[in-house]
Design a protein around this ligand. Structure first.
Ligand SMILES: Cc1ncc(COP(=O)(O)O)c(C=O)c1O
Length: 414
């Protein structure tokens, strides 16, 4: 309801509207941004008795706490003034150097000058949106897609071209058809162990995607926060490594390898895109926390990052396997689940008549939680899917939780 203006007596500072009558005129974009179902769900699942497969949380017991604490202590002992001062938008040079060197070993032809530190890879999604998207532009997304990317693109008033995916990732053949008659501004893809499905874009599809991006001159936003977390098999090269035309913008993150609380990610792009991204970041937050950047840079000089990743992969690989086995054992036969080789998620397809939203309510009553798949669809929500996270529970809890969901499912199937 529109606010009613109240009379203002001459010479007084009485407000034009009373508090009760206040009606903020929020920007149109806010009504387009879906509320994160996951954030809302996490509130329900905070209860200690609940076995939660809902959040995308890394295991806190695997955070390298001592190394992070020691690095912070060194920063404060030896470079406190610089760490507490404003700094450059591009980020701490030594951290950018470390990232550039690591990406080079993975076949990405980048230099330190093309690496920008971001406040998590989430900020990279936001910056790419800010520099490319105008209201009404379209973005190609996988269907289903990472929810907070849908939120971000919606915030820039973009529309979606959802492309279905299968066990080999996005159906690039379908995209080829679409590109014959539409001109999206951006192609967004989580190439390794996607969120929510856990699937990986195959090598052949990567090559095809790069070819399409080049032919139609459409930048690819490759979001890859899970790439280091591979538990089996050999991964194909990243899109960034296959790109020779500077059309891929790569996003990376320390959230799943070191700690999400540090809020450290990166964006790698060719010169023109990079330049615009720096301007966009200046307007967003000037720069990412200098203290965190310097602590990470210090730590990575001596920390056995590869050894740490191996430990993560061992534990998460066991949890992934525990969840797969439990699904086979406790879920009805006609339930399908993805078989991820890494990452944090398994995506489950239920028969069409089963609503995961309704199942969620029954599951919480049994003290177990997951994310109903509905909100991962950019356009037409589908009810019969659920996302299960396996990184944040022990194998024993995973078995117990899946058993409980299984019994809820069997009741629904009966
Ligand atoms: C696909 C994807 N991109 C980006 C992010 C955000 O990560 P960060 O903590 O680096 O901002 C997430 C977090 O779960 C994610 O799943």
């Amino acid at each position: 309801m529109a606010a009613q203006e109240t009379a203002v007596k001459a010479g007084t500072t009485a407000p034009l509207v009373t508090l009760q009558e206040r009606d903020f005129r929020f920007a149109r974009r806010m009504s387009r941004m879906p509320v994160s179902a996951i954030r809302e769900l996490l509130k329900v699942t905070e209860h200690p008795e609940i076995i939660s497969f809902a959040g995308g949380l890394p295991a806190p017991e695997l955070f390298p706490v001592d190394a992070i604490a020691q690095a912070h202590a060194q920063v404060f002992a030896e470079e406190a003034a610089a760490a507490l001062q404003y700094s450059t938008t591009e980020g701490c040079r030594s951290l950018r150097e470390w990232i550039a060197a690591r990406m080079q070993t993975q076949g990405v032809a980048t230099s330190t000058d093309n690496v920008m530190i971001t406040t998590g890879s989430q900020q990279g999604i936001d910056l790419a949106s800010k520099i490319f998207l105008e209201p009404g532009d379209t973005v190609v997304v996988e269907n289903p897609c990472y929810l907070a990317a849908i939120q971000t693109f919606s915030g820039y008033e973009a529309s979606f071209i959802p492309i279905d995916s299968d066990d080999k990732g996005m159906r690039v053949d379908e995209l080829e058809e679409v590109l014959r008659h539409s001109r999206p501004k951006l192609i967004y893809v989580v190439s390794d162990f996607s969120n929510p499905k856990g699937t990986t874009l195959s090598y052949a599809r990567r090559l095809k995607l790069i070819e399409l991006s080049t032919r139609y001159c459409i930048p690819i936003l490759e979001d890859n926060p899970y790439g280091e977390l591979r538990y089996e098999g050999q991964g194909p090269p990243s899109l960034g490594a296959l790109d020779t035309e500077g059309l891929v913008i790569q996003l990376g993150s320390f959230s799943k390898t070191l700690s999400p609380g540090m809020r450290l990610g990166w964006l790698i792009a060719s010169e023109e895109v990079f330049h615009n991204a720096v301007i966009a970041k200046q307007a967003a937050d000037l720069h990412t926390s200098t203290v965190q950047q310097r602590a990470a840079a210090r730590m990575l000089q001596t920390f056995d990052y590869d050894g740490h990743i191996q430990r993560l992969c061992k534990v998460y690989g066991e949890r992934c396997q525990a969840m797969r086995s439990a699904i086979e054992q406790y879920f009805p036969q006609d339930v399908k689940a993805t078989r991820p080789e890494g990452g944090l998620f398994i995506w489950v397809e239920l028969p069409e008549r089963i609503s995961a939203d309704e199942l969620f309510i029954d599951a919480v009553a049994e003290h177990v939680a997951f994310v109903p798949g509905t909100s991962f669809f950019a356009c037409e929500p589908r009810q019969n899917f659920m996302r299960l996270n396996f990184s944040n529970q022990t194998p024993e809890k995973i078995e117990e939780g899946i058993k409980r969901i299984g019994s809820v499912l069997r009741r629904r199937f009966a």
